[in-house]
Design a protein around this ligand. Structure first.
Ligand code: ZN
Length: 247
């Protein structure tokens, strides 16, 4: 099977559409989304509608949880909180219910990998931002026999691959990586709608389950249109600026 793994769309319709066009050209079997369909940018209903219409399989992200009322945004910074409040008001009742219905985690159909938004140790709200935190997650994978040796995560908006040799954690930034099925991996596809690795292009990956092959992709999109929509909607100006910086 060829799977596409995407994350952190964040209501960015232009980036989402560009990534889906690329995915279509790759003849992918199924698209999995690691949460945060909404938040920050200006097209939340349009992005949720695409997820629902295309049958993209998604888990819930920390912004999704706050927008649909599963959690309150009190711990968010003021810019993120403003976007949550704005999104809550504009979302249709159906789309709010859809966000509420999303699961916290999922196993891929062949059980080769688990998908989470934040981390295995504290799910949607905590970040895997260092090899040290990755190690804690690898330890959890070692301790729990129900967990596969491969985990896809999002939330940091930074694409990378952690490889655990069972002695040390390696941080890999290559575009193409063959996995050793006897070792362990934590893999982040980066963000579709708000990349934060100083690269403004939308980010995602594909996973070929037979070849044990990961390929990372970057896709250009019409950032100017997305920024104009953010400003027109009255969302914080900083949300437009950061898209032009990839941060
Ligand atoms: Zn996010």
């Amino acid at each position: 099977m060829l799977y596409a793994i995407i994350s952190d769309v964040h209501s960015n319709l232009e980036a989402f559409s560009a990534v889906l066009r690329k995915i279509d050209s790759l003849k992918v079997d199924t698209v999995f989304l690691l949460g945060d369909i909404v938040g920050y940018n200006a097209n939340p209903n349009e992005c949720i509608n695409i997820v629902r219409q295309k049958g993209i399989v998604s888990i819930v992200g920390n912004h999704d949880q706050r927008v649909c009322g599963l959690k309150e945004p009190n711990d968010f910074n003021s810019i993120a909180k403003d976007a949550v409040v704005w999104t809550r008001e504009i979302l249709t009742e159906e789309n709010l219910e859809f966000l509420k219905s999303l699961p916290d985690t999922m196993l891929l159909p062949d059980k080769s990998a688990i998908a989470i938004h934040g981390s295995l140790t504290d799910n949607a709200d905590s970040y895997i931002l260092s090899p040290w935190i990755a190690l804690k997650n690898f330890n959890k994978m070692e301790e729990d026999p129900s967990l596969p040796p491969l985990c896809f995560f999002g939330h940091t908006h930074i694409r990378l691959l952690y490889h655990y040799t069972r002695q040390k954690v390696l941080t890999i930034h290559e575009d193409e990586v063959f996995l050793d099925p006897t070792e362990m991996y934590l893999i982040n596809p980066g963000s579709v709608g708000q990349p934060r690795d100083r690269n403004t292009k939308a980010s995602f990956l594909t996973f070929d389950t037979e070849k044990h092959l990961i390929n990372f992709f970057r896709v250009p999109y019409d950032i100017k249109s997305t920024c104009n929509k953010i400003l027109k909607a009255g969302l914080p100006r900083e949300l437009a600026e950061r898209l032009t910086l990839g941060w």
